[in-house]
Write a protein that binds this ligand. Structure first.
Ligand SMILES: *[C@@H]1O[C@H](CO)[C@@H](O)[C@H](O)[C@H]1NC(C)=O
Ligand SMILES: *[C@@H]1O[C@H](CO)[C@@H](O)[C@H](O)[C@H]1NC(C)=O
Ligand SMILES: *[C@@H]1O[C@H](CO)[C@@H](O)[C@H](O)[C@H]1NC(C)=O
Length: 216
């Protein structure tokens, strides 16, 4: 973990430049290169925020949820995310299908705070599947292998806060040492528009926010 606030500020100041143009490649040589460049939505105003309360924030999963962790798993840390869920129109069914997401992650706050930017959440193609990645390599460049995790989905359930919010998720580590399990909770927004779509629509980005809870 990078402990100096100065470091984080430098990273945050530089991150606009880092992100536009240059691909973000995990520093662990065992990781697949992440190709392409990330264009990050810059404004934080006007984007959804998770509730500014710790109410509803699980430290362990609630017992009445399907998001059940194996015994012995412990809470490690919590990040706040703000970004977009991305969809495309499937031309065979005229329905929205997910093509990934891109969000910025911040530490030390239950709502996204750019002063505590620590990394990105995005998706890569891994073994033929769109796989979620949590990548703190910008803020923890000297922690290869443990600054990133590529996950697979174990379970999901509807947001208890309404159907406009993307599902709560339980993800399991596929590769990378950042966490063994990740939960997406307290989601706000991110659902595709209701109803059918027109195949001419290649990408629809829907703003969302969430908290991601990392377990060891
Ligand atoms: C979050 O901030 C705390 C306190 O500065 C630090 O100990 C921890 O390593 C940070 N976590 C991440 C994921 O950056
Ligand atoms: C998702 O949308 C963001 C804009 O919010 C864009 O920069 C990113 O490339 C998109 N990613 C995918 C996989 O569509
Ligand atoms: C679980 O139960 C609590 C208390 O009864 C309730 O507030 C919460 O909404 C429930 N969670 C889900 C996901 O149903």
């Amino acid at each position: 973990m990078l402990n100096t606030f100065t470091g984080l500020c430098l990273v945050f100041t530089a991150f606009g430049a880092l992100v536009s143009g240059s691909p973000i490649v995990p520093s662990d040589s065992g990781m697949p290169p992440i190709s392409g460049s990330l264009t990050v939505p810059t404004p934080t105003t006007g984007m959804p925020m998770p509730p500014a309360t710790t109410s509803g924030m699980p430290t362990t999963p609630p017992s009445n949820t399907t998001l059940t962790l194996p015994a012995g798993v412990t809470l490690d840390f919590i990040l706040s995310a703000q970004g977009t869920q991305n969809y495309t129109c499937d031309p065979t069914t005229n329905t929205w299908v997910s093509v990934g997401a891109l969000a910025r992650l911040s530490n030390n706050s239950i709502i996204y705070d750019p002063r505590h930017f620590v990394g990105f959440h995005y998706f890569i193609q891994e073994a033929g599947a769109l796989s979620p990645v949590f990548d703190l390599s910008l803020s923890e460049p000297n922690n290869p292998g443990n600054n990133l995790v590529i996950c697979k989905k174990l379970a999901q359930e509807s947001s208890p806060d309404g159907a406009n919010n993307v599902q709560w998720l339980l993800l399991e580590r596929a590769r990378g040492g950042l966490a063994n399990f990740v939960m997406r909770v307290r989601t706000v927004g991110g659902q595709p528009p209701a109803g059918s779509c027109h195949p001419s629509e290649k990408v629809r980005t829907v703003p969302y926010s969430a908290n991601y809870v990392f377990f060891k």
